[in-house]
Each structure stands twice: as structure tokens, then as C-alpha cells.
Design a protein around this ligand. Sequence first.
Ligand code: ZN
Length: 634
Amino acid sequence: MRTFYVTTPIYYVNAEPHLGTAYSTIAADVLARYHRLKGEDVFFLTGVDEHGENIQTLAAEKGISEQELCDQMAPMFTKLWKKLNLSNDIFLRTTSELHKRGATKFLNALYKTGDIYKGKYDGYYCRRCESFYTERELAESKNCPVHKLPVEWVEEENYFFALSKYQDGLRAHIRANPEFIQPESRRNEVLNVVESGLKDVSISRASVSWGIPLPFDQTHMTYVWIEALCNYITALGYGEDGEKFHKYWPANVHMMGKDITRFHAIIWPAMLMAVNLPLPRQIFAHGFVTNQGEKISKTKGNVIDMDTLIGEFGLDAFRYFFLREFSFGNDGDYSQDRFVLRYNADLANDLGNLLNRTLGLVSKNFGVIPEPTTPGEFDDEVKGIARETIDQVDALMGQLAFDMALEKIWEFVRRINRYVQQTQVWSLAKSEETKGRMGTILYNCMESLRTIAVLISPFVPDTANRIRQQMGLDECFENQGLDTVSEWGGLPSGKTVGKPEPIFPRKDTKRKPRHAASSQTEQIATENLISIDQFQSMDLRVAEVIAAERIPNADRLLKLQVDLGSEKRQVVAGIAAHYSPEDLVGKQIVLVANLKPTKIRGIESQGMLLAASGKKELAVATFEKRLPPGTQVR
Ligand SMILES: [Zn+2]
């Protein structure tokens, strides 16, 4: 059986867990769940880093022992992970005997290679970072680049690891394995550092008392970073549980925030090289989350309150948002408006409506999952897209492109919504003759929903299960796996479906009804003012008109085909008195993209264009320069 080993960094217990730590850990959880879905034997590690000078100082301030402090802090992490529905296989504490034994064995092995020597260290030191900095890194201010506080000049006797010896080996490895450090920007950064020359690093601290003593000189504590990195192998029982260790090592992915890439991509691999252990296959550094453009910090008072968000929108919406909205390797900006918008558009509308509509029609007309007896138009296309989606999602998950994988899944969701519209399935209940076709279309919708539920289950596990229950399927997706949807038609006909219930109730954006059109168009409304939230709940996009035609017997209406970049839409607009079809082709217009599809004179309209209209004249809003179709209008 294929194995998959994914790790998060172990979080330092000098502060409570926050959104940043949650983001890393949710991403690792999604990846772990996805690989389990693929039938792999997964080991998912997370944990806490509990040693070092910061803990020593903080414990002294609180008047408790270091161990007491750690014992107070560690449960805050385990509680939050439970709340976030994380499926980690182990929660490793560096004060555990397992870790202490493993780290000691690793340090001994390192010592035996002859790559550790005693020397004198003098340099600029930040006590909060527990790191030395070179003059170049401090720039003119002589402040720590992280904390912006003055550093100290420290001279002490330390043990060193001969990192410089591994410079060529590291460079060769990074060059030969483009996947080793990702994303590309981080890879280049690390490569630059390696190529500009590596200095030996100190691996002990004489002035620190809270840590793991060096096994070959008990008067020195191991530098907390060096010992913490060992967690990736001590969690597998390095040095004592050979079977487990060899089964999962090397790790498939070490996931972390971009600020700690250097430790993971330079020092850790060099130490592994020294003791002849294989290197992790990938080190992936994700970006940071900002809040409305600002760095998140307690002092700024802009911390994102996870409890409130989860309380209001549910855990799955929370898990969904951060992986859908941000590209994993880049920074991402949070705003409550974007959250509500995504919630309503993707979860409540696209997915929620598809499930509700489909199950509503099935319950009302069949009561059980119907039999697919009567194939027809669009069926093969839908089946083809299902297959394609599974393959594309797999490729994207392999690149940790969570946002794009979700986008692919949602393209499929939206395609099935369109299939419902195109086939007008609801109208087929009228006669017995068309009921076979109706059953087939609904079967295809349900089979698509089953595929969608399996694909989203790593991201939103509870939602996937609720969909399954409403569909009347017994077996949990986690036990079934991706291969159960790889062939179309695995959905059993004849099963009684459950009761349709909204999985993501729409959130009121408190939009008040517009005033009835007044003859005094000059006056701009000053009552019923809307908030920025309400305005931003509209998804406005640049759409390019690719075709336009008149609608027979409807002299006010034009039927437009527009390009939204990721998809094409059909829109019916009441502008025929002011524009002829050829005037519009090639124009870029503003489209309200998250308007519920509707029928105008029996023709489907999937959005609304913006136009200004007075008593006599009307003009469609356009742009003063060309933009990629699909660009957001704010
Ligand atoms: Zn610092």
C-alpha cells in the first residue's frame, strides 16, 4: 500500500493558537484526508514545540514551572484541533519521552559523524527569536528583522554543526529536484541563500536551562530549533520503532508558513544528509493571511475571531473559505464581506441549491433514486465532465493547489445546475411519457452530487456526510474512497432518499428592498443606505459579449452569450429598443454574476447586465479599457 506522510510545523507554546496555525493545520488535514480517500496509508503529524528560552522566561514571569506552563498551553491546541475536525494521527509534544529519546538518539548519531565541534560564538542575538543574526540581516537599524527590537551582542561557547560542508550537496539536491522546495519563489530564495555560502550553525545554548541536554555534553542544552526539527522523525519512533519509521519516512510533505522555510529547507536537510537519512520529498511554504490588507496582530486588535466565524457560518464554511479564497503558496487577504460572499455564492447557492432542487424533485416524483432508463441530450457531456473533474482535481491536489481544485469542483457543480436548467427537468413530470427522461436526468444529477460529495469530503467532511445522508446512502465516504466514483453509475437506484434540508442556509446580507421607481430620478436616495457588505454581496464581473440575437415575439429583449473567463453564460436583457445585436458583440459589460438564474419568456438568463436608463435613453455600462473576462468589479 502506498504511504503518505504529511506534517505541520510544531507550534511554539508561548502563545495561544491563532488563525495562522489553524490555516497550516487545516491545509495539512485536507491533504491527509485526500490521500486517505485515494486509499493510501496516511500518517499526519502535528504537535507543539515546548522548549527554549522563551518558555523559560514566560514561566518565570507567571511564577510556575516550565512543565506546568507547557501543560497549560498544549491542551489549547488539542482543543482547537478537535473543534476544527482535524484528523491528525499524532499530537507530538517535545516534552514527551518519545521525542526526548528520539532527539537524543539523533544528536548522538550526528555527533558520531564528526560534523559537530565545539567553538566560540559571538554575534548579534535576538532572545525572542532565539536566533543569531548577521550584520547584513540586521541592516542599519541593528534591530531584529522579525521583532524590530534591539539585538544583543552575545559571546558564548557553543557546539556547532558543520553546515558549510553540505553546501554543495544541498545545492545539487535542490537543483535536481524542482519539487523539493515549493512554491517556486521560496525555492529561488533558498537556492540564493545556499549559493551565497553557508556558515556553520550553533546547535547549543549554554545559558538556557529548559531543553534537552546534548547527550555528549550535558552542560549544554540543545538549541531549541535543532531539537524541534527532529520531531518529524521522533514522531515515527526514530531509533526504536524501525518498522514504523521505514514505512513513513521520508515525509511526502513538510508544510509550514513561509517565515520558517530556511530552517526546514537548509538546516534540516543538511542534518539528515549528515546521518545518511533520506530527505523529505517536499517542503511547501504557504503564505500569510492578512485582515483587510493589514498584518494580523494582537496589538493592532485585528485578530480574526475563529469562534465567532465558526459559530455563525459553521465549521465547514470556515474550512472552505480559507482554502478556496487564497492561493496556498501566496499571501491571502481576509474580509468578512468576502467570507459572506463566498458562503452565499458557492455554498448556499451553487451547492446548496443543486442538492435541494435535485432531492426535492426526486422525493416529490419518485421517492427513491430513479433508474436511468432514457438517455438524452447533455448526458454524455455531464459524464465526461465528471471524469475530467476527478482527474484534474487529483493533479491539482498533487500541487497543493487547493483553491484551484475547489474551483474545478465548483465548475462541475455549476455545470450540473445548468444541466437542470437546460433539460427543464421539472417540466417533465407532467406525463408518464416523459417521466423516464426525468428520472434519468435526476439520476445523473444525483450521481454527480455523489461524485461532488466525495471530492469535497477532504475539505468539508461534515457537509459531505450530510449530502450522503440526504441522498439516502449509508456508507461513509471516508470508508469508500475515490475509486467508488471513478466509474459513472455506482449510485444504486431504488434506494429511498432522505429529507432535503438546506445544508448552508443563506445568510441575510440585510439588503432592503429598493424603492419603487420614482419619477424624480434626479434625487439620489439617502434613506435605506446599504453597507459595504451588502454592496459586496453582489458578484460583479467583466463579461465579454461573444454573440447576440433578437428574440422572436419579444421586441424589447436581446439574448446574449457572454464570456466570463472561466465559463460562458446566457443572458436575456431588455435593451433591444436601444441596441441592435451587432452593436454589442465584442463589448465588455458589467455582469451581476451571482444572480439566481431565471427564465424570461421561456429563455434562461444566467445573470444581469448593468445599464443606465433615463426616461428615453439607455446605455450599457462598459469599461474604458479592455480587461480579462471574469475580472471582478468592485
Ligand atoms: Zn526577534
